[in-house]
Ligand binder design. Sequence first.
Ligand SMILES: Nc1ncnc2c1ncn2[C@@H]1O[C@H](COP(=O)(O)OP(=O)(O)OP(=O)(O)O)[C@@H](O)[C@H]1O
Length: 232
Amino acid sequence: MEYGSGPARVTALDGLSADLAAGSFTAVMGPSGSGKSTLLHCAAGLDRPTAGHVTIDGVRLADLDETGLTLLRRRRIGFVFQSFNLISALTAAQNVALPLRLSGRRVSTGEVTAALAAVGLADRAGHRPVELSGGQQQRVAIARAMITEPAVIFADEPTGALDNQTSRHVLELLRALATDRGQTIVMVTHDPVAAAWADAVLLLADGRLADRLDGASAEVIAAQMARAEAAC
Ligand SMILES: Nc1ncnc2c1ncn2[C@@H]1O[C@H](COP(=O)(O)OP(=O)(O)OP(=O)(O)O)[C@@H](O)[C@H]1O
């Protein structure tokens, strides 16, 4: 994936190839500028790579026009961001229902209540984001991401703004989505403790896949990260 042209050209991803199995939980790590966000954006169909291709749930993204891509994102992909990105004027329940409304599906209260219950917030359905803690807001964001039963959930630093205890709760939820519901989770993180919840860690350096760690502990991940940062 290249940005810009001429002397301003930047190769953000270079020859990176990864196959993420359905129902797997993958963490993406690497020094600042190593291409993590670019990878997430390309993989989620938010950016089109200048070369190479992305296949999600059997669909080649390059074969879709903008409308097709938008529909795929709405129906097959969920997003969770570091800053929660909830709509402040809407209640928790209305925020969770939004992806269903956007994809033109009828919204049943039962469905929304079930999603909020799955993240432990059944009793906060009528609260607006400002009336919820950071961890509760992130759990609403996860309920919103899972309501369409997407094939893949992309999470960009989902615990970056949370304390340890609250992060743990959010990571348990993401882990359960992969293990219990077979959803594929791809999470960018700087935190080796968060990454240790994943099945595998992709370590990027300079837009390339520098290493892949399977089932590694937080200590092993931290040591590899330190090595990668020292090499930068
Ligand atoms: N829109 C853009 N235009 C030009 N260059 C870009 C653009 N987006 C990213 N880049 C460049 O591509 C490279 C990878 O950036 P990216 O944001 O993917 O890194 P990152 O690993 O997510 O970094 P961080 O941890 O700091 O968020 C960087 O050199 C960055 O400057």
